[in-house]
Write a protein that binds this ligand. Structure first.
Ligand SMILES: [Zn+2]
Length: 116
């Protein structure tokens, strides 16, 4: 029988695999599908530190009522451990979860869809 520690590690790997496959199957321009929870990967422009942010659209995004085609807006500020640079992220989502527009300062987007 495996020690408890190894079992936990195996479970983490399984969860990671699940999300990796989940993202791999998506077209580049989408972050959310029908679900409201996702992850956003960023990299700091200044020091290269990478961030894996959990995003729950229901609790972390604002609903947008007055802009055509935009249903949700995510605004986050991320500060890493390696430098004091503040990464500002803003993403607008359509009602179906597609990204309409996204902006980032002092950093760049990584997966699920790299910029450009
Ligand atoms: Zn940094």
């Amino acid at each position: 029988m495996l020690p408890c520690r190894d079992l936990r590690r195996a479970r983490e790997v399984a969860v990671f695999e699940f999300f990796r496959r989940w993202f791999a199957g998506w077209p580049g321009s989408r972050t959310f599908t029908s679900g409201s929870q996702s992850f956003l990967d960023l990299e700091c422009d200044r020091c290269g530190e990478q961030f894996h942010l959990y995003i729950d659209r229901a609790t972390q995004c604002l609903q947008v009522f007055d802009e055509p085609g935009v249903a949700w807006r995510l605004e986050r500020e991320v500060v890493g451990a390696r430098c004091r640079s503040i990464i500002q992220v803003r993403i607008d989502f359509a009602p179906g979860g597609e990204i309409v527009q996204r902006q980032i300062t002092h950093g760049r987007f990584l997966s699920p869809s790299a910029e450009g």
